[in-house]
Design a protein around this ligand. Structure first.
Ligand code: ADP
Ligand code: MG
Length: 203
């Protein structure tokens, strides 16, 4: 876990002037995915009215869609933002484009960057452009485990506690990426089970 900024008092209000705690899922599997995620985390911190509060470590993860594509690197970021949910979604899609995202119509196909708005405070919404919480959140290990790393006591609006969701979602195939510059690029094992915090153990 990395603290990006000292934490300021925040509310869960969606009012334009008050910052709301949001969670963004990051994923990439093309063109140096680790670098893509590191660049995206910096860019999130530079969005208007937005601060990166903390983020999970990076995880390597088998692809969810077509299997003839590289493994993904995933992470979750915690933001505070005064942007409304649609403005934030637009900003995320702009960042995807800036980092070379192309949409070729293949669902869950390979991409340089995917930014999903997982949670926007306690908001629940069903809109053609935006569903909150993100519909994939409850069943995706590559979302739930990184989220638990930075917000273990979170309650997901309409879905219950993160702990309960984790208990129903094995961490199969999810492995923290070792990114320390002095170390060779490799992966570390994740403890499989209901524990929110992955245990680092060299392979
Ligand atoms: P996926 O992330 O499932 O691979 P895309 O990134 O291509 O798919 O997003 C497809 C559409 O999903 C976007 O155009 C966006 O309007 C919509 N969408 C709905 N809810 C959300 C959300 N919570 N976060 C991100 N995109 C969302
Ligand atoms: Mg997406």
């Amino acid at each position: 876990m990395n603290a990006a900024h000292p934490t300021a008092p925040l509310t869960q209000s969606a009012s334009a002037s008050q910052a709301v705690i949001c969670y963004v899922g990051l994923g990439a599997n093309l063109d140096h995915p680790v670098a893509q995620l590191q660049r995206a985390l910096q860019a999130l911190d530079r969005l208007p009215g937005t601060r990166l509060r903390q983020h999970s470590q990076l995880y390597q993860n088998p692809p969810m869609g077509p299997i003839d594509q590289p493994d993904y690197v995933n992470a979750v970021a915690e933001l505070s933002s005064t942007l409304d949910p649609f403005a934030l979604l637009q900003a995320l899609q702009d960042l995807e484009q800036q980092q070379g995202r192309t949409r070729n119509g293949v669902r869950w196909g390979p991409r340089t960057l995917d930014l999903d708005l997982l949670l926007y405070g306690q908001q629940q919404m069903q809109h053609p452009q935006l569903t909150l919480p993100h519909p994939g959140l409850p069943m995706r290990a590559f979302v739930l485990y990184p989220l638990a790393e930075i917000a273990p006591t979170l309650n997901i609006p309409g879905l219950g506690s993160l702990t309960t969701l984790l208990a129903h979602c094995p961490a199969e195939g999810l492995q923290p990426v070792l990114t320390h510059p002095q170390q060779p690029c490799g992966v570390w094992q994740v403890q499989v089970g209901a524990s929110a915090a992955p245990r680092k153990a060299p392979l």
